[in-house]
Design a protein around this ligand. Sequence first.
Ligand code: SF4
Length: 84
Amino acid sequence: MAAQQNQLVWQEKAACRGPLADVFFPPSVVERKNEKLAREDRAKQICRECPVVADCREYAISIREPHGVWGGLSEQERRQLLTH
Ligand code: SF4
């Protein structure tokens, strides 16, 4: 319960809340590699200014979140962390 409450607290401070959230996840249409990299770069710029980046990254890694940019890391970057 405490862990769930802690999770809610950091998510309330997330810099990606609101209309900017779209850049953190792939669109519903096919995305080219250069488009994906550009979108992820935009998301990571927001993460760099986010006050809860460490909590977010830890959470995404702990649940093995398979999609999107979390804590300044793409899904591939998180996978690499888990395999090394
Ligand atoms: S670190 Fe990035 S993905 Fe995580 S809450 Fe902040 S802005 Fe959102």
